[in-house]
Design a protein. Structure first.
Length: 364
């Protein structure tokens, strides 16, 4: 039987950091309020576009796999914040990598985008359509924040993560998956004023992310739990067979509630929300890369992953890890660095919302 082993992994984390205390200087909130409700301590904001972050993470994943960009057959970029609507952002990444032989597509399913992209790429490999794929999750969410809505403004960050998958005869990679949607919840999470329809193009005065936190909490926990139970049943496995759990890093309360519902031991859960906040499609590949770099992933491990996103879409998968847990090489970060502090970077966004940050700039 043919499988799709994960052979490379990588990430891009923007250098500009917005701590909770930094955010509290411009938004009506506090470090205690944010930590107690979300588990977040800081988030990273990017000076690069979504496409540029995806490119940098992809370079790392290719180096870790020890393969050239020209050998990639398909590139799928999971994102809600693509740099362009047309042409797709994946084609920008393809050009930057020099991967001229590959097909490419963007996949937008909000926070589930990377997992759905991985599922699709895995199906392509296992069916024999392709030999090797690059699957990326990248988001530039800081540019769609409404800084007057603290319930959303404190929760999100930017970043990118990527994996390379390759055809293999050994049972490894994403072995089973479950996809679903929680009906009648489509408007609980949305990008207001964005998209190609008359209401957005001609009549919307604001463009920002908005959601109903209570509804999302309830439906996300149930949706992910149901997806986990379904995928475990499909695989003929139980929670006891799982060595690591990497859930979508949306909120520590959601992660804890999901673990409780599944009766899953917390010491086996990878949690990185404290460092990155919610990076949407990037959250799982970022957490996976961190787990590998920290030595948490061992050969042959069964890894459960679960996610939810706008729609509300849900998904869960079981990944069987292969033999290698060490990157074969690392790539140099080739994108331009950012000079200045996080308020220099975000000044235009704050000004758009009528918030003066001139006293917080690096030159002041």
């Amino acid at each position: 039987m043919r499988y799709a082993n994960i052979t490379g992994w990588g990430k891009y984390v923007p250098p500009a950091v917005m701590s909770n205390d930094d955010l509290a200087s411009v938004v009506e909130t506090s470090d205690e309020w944010i930590r107690s409700r979300s588990g977040i301590e800081r988030r990273h904001y990017s000076h690069l576009t979504t496409g540029e972050m995806a490119w940098q993470a992809a370079e790392q994943a290719l180096a870790a796999a020890g393969v050239a960009a020209e050998s990639i057959d398909m590139l799928i970029l999971g994102t809600t914040t693509g740099s362009d609507l047309c042409p797709n952002t994946a084609s920008f990444v393809l050009d930057k990598l020099g991967a001229g032989n590959a097909g490419c597509m963007d996949l937008n399913s909000a926070c589930t985008s990377w997992f759905y992209a991985l599922s699709n790429a895995t199906a392509m490999v296992r069916s024999g359509q392709i030999e090797r794929a690059l699957v990326i999750g990248a988001e530039h969410l800081s540019i769609v924040m409404n800084w007057h809505e603290r319930s959303t403004a404190v929760l999100f960050g930017d970043g990118a993560g990527a994996v390379v998958i390759e055809a293999s005869d050994e049972p490894s990679g994403l072995l089973q998956s479950s996809w679903s949607v929680v009906r009648d919840t489509r408007e609980t999470l949305e990008m207001k004023g964005l998209g190609v329809n008359p209401a957005n193009l001609f009549r919307s005065p604001q463009r920002h992310l908005a959601f109903d936190g209570q509804s999302i909490f309830k439906n996300a926990v149930k949706g992910m739990a149901d997806a986990c139970i379904d995928v475990l049943d499909k695989a003929g496995m139980s929670v006891d067979d799982i060595d690591l759990f990497i859930p979508h890093q949306a909120n520590i309360r959601i992660i804890e509630a999901l673990a409780k519902r599944l009766d899953f031991p917390v010491e086996k859960i990878i949690v990185r929300i404290q460092e990155y906040a919610n990076t949407s499609a990037a959250s799982i590949p970022l957490a996976l890369t961190d787990a590998l770099e920290a030595g948490r992933v061992k050969p042959g491990m069964n890894i459960l992953t679960a996610t939810f996103g706008g729609g509300l879409t849900c998904g869960a998968g079981i990944i069987k890890w292969g033999e290698r847990t060490e990157a074969l090489a690392r790539a140099e970060i080739t994108a331009a660095n950012f000079e200045g502090n996080v308020f220099d970077l975000m000044q235009e966004s704050f000004n758009y919302h009528g918030i003066d940050v001139s006293h917080l700039l690096s030159g002041e």
